[in-house]
Every structure is written in C-alpha cells, then in structure tokens.
Design a protein around this ligand. Structure first.
Ligand SMILES: Nc1ncnc2c1ncn2[C@@H]1O[C@H](COP(=O)(O)OP(=O)(O)O)[C@@H](O)[C@H]1O
Ligand SMILES: [Mg+2]
Length: 294
C-alpha cells in the first residue's frame, strides 16, 4: 500500500501529516510502515531529528538502487521460516534505505539540498518499483502541482491525500484549478481525497464542490503540541508530580498520544487509507511487481 501526502501550495503541514500518518499506521509484526521523504524541495526530517541524512540509507540510495533491476523478494513468512530475525527488512528492499527515528518509525530521509533531492525524486518517478516493495509506504510528496516531479509521483500511489487550506482564498483557487488533474488520477485506479487544514469555516460539501467532487477524508486540527511531537521535540512529563498535574488539568493520559488532535486525526486517516488496501486499491507499481512475482 502506497499513500502519498501532498499539497498544492504553501499549506503548512505536509511533512508533519505524512510523518504522523506513517507513525500511526495500523502495523503488525510483518507490516512495518515506512515514511519516504520525497519533497523535491528537500528534506526536513534529518534536521528535525538531528540525524545525518547519510548516503548509505536514504532517498539518494533508494533512487540509485531503483535504477537496478528489482529482485523479487521472498515473503516475510519465508524469511521467518529460514530463521531470519528481522524478517520484514529482509522481505522489503525499501527498508534497506530507511533509518529508525527515535520512537521507532522507519524513514527514508531526503537530503536538505533541493538539487540532490530533486534528482532523486526524478529518478524515482521513472523507476518507482522499489517504492512498491514496502507493505505500508507513506510518501511525503511535498508540493505536487500538475507538471511537477511530485505530481508524477502521485501516479504510483494507491491513495493520495491532498492537504489543503480552503479557508485561504489563494489556496481555494489553486485547489479549484488543480482538482480536475487530481481527480483524473482516479481513472488510473488511485483513490484521491482531501485533508482540510483547520480552522476552516467551510463544510466538507462546500470544499468538495470546489475540488471537482474530491471527498474530504480528514480535518487536520491546528495542534502545536502534536506538531512538536512529530518534529521530535515533545517530551512527556516524567516526574510524578508533573504527570499528575497534566492529568488533573486536562484529563490527559501522559503516556498516550491520542489526546493530541493532530495524532488523533492522523490515526483516523491512516486507518481509512489502510481500509482502501482491503477494497483492492493497487497502484500500477505494486501491480507490476506482483505480476513479476507471479
Ligand atoms: N497541524 C499542525 N498544527 C500546528 N503546527 C503545525 C501543524 N502541522 C505542521 N505544523 C508546523 O508547521 C511547520 C511546517 O510544517 P511542515 O510539516 O514542515 O509543512 P510542509 O511540509 O507543508 O512545509 C512546522 O513547524 C510544523 O511543526
Ligand atoms: Mg515538507
């Protein structure tokens, strides 16, 4: 399952939403969600988490490996039977290019340099097969206006989430102009829906009308605490006194995360997208890989 998250203009929050959706993906021991940073403007995760976006594992190595023929991997079950401990990594070549972020999310990070990232995204657009080797892959496609590399990447997804801020008149008119191109992805079997950045006074129906009938899948609350968590900055209280104070003042479970509106919305969106895999949505990339394996 490949889910691409994108926007059409400067609506902030694509990287945050993509990261939160990947982190909240309903995973199993054999389904390891992977976030792929593929915003042609350059990556942010490495600086958020203070990690070196190294050359051995990241978007650049993924793009280089994609140029070579993709080996058809044995299933995770086969690796388990062979006694391999990290069966998901062995069965999903995409995971070889991911690093584990604090908190456990696997991410294929992009360099901050837009030239380098742009070249890697272009390469992935023409040879996307490795993207389809993950069981649950969330792509941060950045600004995916028609004609851009990010927009070409969307064609390889099973589901596309367009983050938009229709409360802003500029964003609304960009959405109206670009929506027909997005809606046409549906003819290629891609599910396309909107995530509306809050606050937005317009109803889902009104937003959908502007957007050539694309459905609203989620409302994304403005949530600075949730956004800080996604940037790796939030630290839950550790002292008992502070934990009790947090509970008393807000009735918040200091160990849970879903009281953060952004995380709650991202979890619901991840579950919705996961349901599409159950109804048979399959990207051209995955179809090609499966045909090769058959
Ligand atoms: N839902 C949100 N509520 C509050 N702040 C957010 C939210 N989403 C993102 N942000 C903040 O906005 C800034 C830009 O977010 P980012 O995800 O990098 O946007 P983009 O990828 O669209 O450029 C970051 O500082 C991020 O923490
Ligand atoms: Mg971004």
């Amino acid at each position: 399952m490949i889910v691409a998250v994108c926007s059409l203009s400067g609506a902030p929050g694509v990287t945050s939403l993509a990261t939160a959706v990947a982190a909240c993906w309903p995973s199993t021991p054999l389904t390891v969600p992977v976030l792929v940073e593929a915003d042609a403007c350059g990556g942010d995760l490495a600086s958020w988490y203070g990690i070196d976006a190294g050359r051995e594992a990241g978007l650049v190595s993924l793009a280089a490996a994609s140029r070579r023929p993709v080996p058809v991997p044995a299933s995770a079950e086969a690796w388990i039977q062979a006694g391999v401990q990290d069966a998901p990594s062995a069965s999903e070549p995409l995971l070889h290019h991911a690093v584990e972020l604090p908190g456990g999310l696997r991410a294929v990070m992009a360099p901050a340099d837009p030239m380098e990232t742009g070249r890697a995204v272009d390469a992935l657009v023409s040879k996307p097969a490795l993207l389809g080797t993950g069981k649950a892959t969330v792509i941060d496609a950045g600004r995916a206006v028609p004609g851009s590399a990010g927009a070409s990447l969307l064609r390889h997804a099973d589901a596309v989430v367009v983050l938009t801020d229709p409360g802003d008149v500029g964003h609304a008119s960009r959405l109206r102009v670009c929506a027909p191109a997005l809606a046409s992805l549906r003819q290629e079997g891609v599910c396309v829906g909107l995530a509306v950045a809050e606050p937005c006074l317009h109803s889902d129906e009104e937003v959908s009308q502007v957007a050539s009938g694309l459905p609203v899948w989620a409302r994304i609350p403005h949530d600075p605490v949730g956004a800080a968590l996604v940037r790796g900055e939030y630290r839950p209280p550790t002292r008992l006194r502070d934990r009790l104070a947090a509970w008393r003042s807000q009735r918040r479970d200091p160990d849970g995360l879903e009281w953060m509106p952004l995380i709650k919305a991202a979890k619901a969106l991840a579950e919705l997208c996961d349901d599409f895999s159950g109804i048979g949505a399959a990207s051209p990339v995955r179809r090609a890989i499966e045909a090769g394996a058959a």
